[in-house]
Write a protein that binds this ligand. Structure first.
Ligand SMILES: Nc1ncnc2c1ncn2[C@@H]1O[C@H](COP(=O)(O)OP(=O)(O)OP(=O)(O)O)[C@@H](O)[C@H]1O
Length: 332
């Protein structure tokens, strides 16, 4: 089901949490809401869910073309997973997953046997077969989040909302779950929105990345497009490491070519102030010999650093990419 948000405003007292926000989430897409703390991501998600209401006015929120402003949360066909989605500790995994179905009004509630069957199907879907009788305390953090996801899916939602679903997990588990979620999404094709403040997570997972800042959407689009052509300096800096050169030129560390100082095509020379090699990659800091003495971050391969026999203190040459359209970057 597609979700369309138009000109939404939300204030808490005198504080503006969403300022004229418009967004289209196509049916079946995986959209990331990315932004720093306090930018309005969770508020937007809660308004979509019906847990919070936008200020009255021209703002519209539509599911598959239908205005849902007056539809209560329980009737929006929305499933949620939160960062600290407390599973019920006294219930088994199966009881937790079936909970949403078991508490439905009698007219909507499926028979017990169907709840059981659906629960087992969902467990299979989130690859936790056989764990139905465990308690949450007997699961790992990653498994618990998958149970939370199965619980959200039990009501057969048309939209899935995830608020920092992996936020409380350690980096390794987080990465695994992230890949798993992408695969899972590709299999079931449910319209999904997830909140994150981790740019790598957003870029790796999403079809559409929505960058939020100060209650507004700063830019949205496919991950590669946002990364390659940020419209503002904020988006440039938020999406990954970047060098800010004079004349408000922004250059990513991997766009710079490392050369010998006397080689042809060198734009500037500098001293290697830092050199760090890990696996096949190398990260260098280069302090220019002329101009502003601001260290430039350069990423190269280990092979190249070894071939050039580089060491800290050496003078190297840097070749910069051709300047992009200047209008691309707006400095606020
Ligand atoms: N119920 C509320 N009452 C008052 N202010 C609120 C309420 N909910 C949110 N806010 C404020 O609105 C702003 C946006 O909050 P929101 O939770 O949407 O941000 P966020 O981008 O999700 O941040 P985080 O990444 O920290 O969760 C914050 O400054 C927050 O303090």
């Amino acid at each position: 089901m597609s979700v369309s948000i138009q000109n939404i405003h939300k204030t808490f007292g005198s504080y503006c949490a969403l300022d004229d926000v418009s967004l289209d989430v196509p049916n079946g897409s995986l959209t990331a809401l990315l932004g720093p703390s306090g930018s309005g991501k969770t508020t937007l998600l809660r308004i979509i869910a019906g847990l919070e209401f936008a200020d009255p006015g021209e703002g519209r929120i539509r599911f598959h073309g239908h205005d849902v402003a007056d539809v209560p949360a329980g009737r929006r066909s929305v499933g949620f997973v939160f960062q600290h989605y407390a599973l019920f500790r006294h219930m088994t995994v199966a009881e937790n997953i079936g909970f949403g179905l078991a508490v439905q009004p009698r007219s909507l509630r499926p028979p017990k046997k169907e709840i059981r069957d659906r629960t087992l199907d969902l467990l299979k879907m989130v690859r936790l077969e056989g764990l139905q009788d465990r308690r949450p305390s007997e699961l790992s953090g990653g498994q618990r989040q998958r149970v939370a996801l199965a619980r959200a899916l039990a009501i057969q939602p048309k939209v899935l909302l995830l608020d920092e679903p992996f936020g409380a997990l350690d980096a390794q588990v987080r990465k695994e779950l992230r890949r798993w979620l992408r695969q899972f999404h590709d299999e079931i094709g449910l319209t999904t929105l997830f909140v994150t403040h981790d740019q790598e997570e957003a870029l790796e997972l999403a079809d559409q990345v929505v960058v939020m800042r100060n209650a507004r959407i700063e830019q949205s689009g496919p991950p590669q497009q946002i990364y390659d052509t940020p419209r503002t300096s904020f988006v440039y800096e938020f999406l990954g490491e970047v060098n800010k050169l004079s004349g408000d030129r922004y250059i990513r560390p991997h766009e710079i070519e490392l050369k010998f100082a006397a080689e042809e095509g060198v734009d500037l020379t500098g001293r290697v102030s830092r050199l760090f090699v890990a696996g096949p990659f190398a990260r260098l800091g280069v302090l220019p010999e002329t101009g502003p003495r601001r260290e430039i971050e350069v990423w190269a391969t280990r092979e190249q650093v070894e071939e050039m026999a580089l060491a800290q203190g050496d003078i190297v040459g840097l070749r910069l990419p051709a300047p992009k359209e200047k209008a691309a970057v707006k400095v606020p």
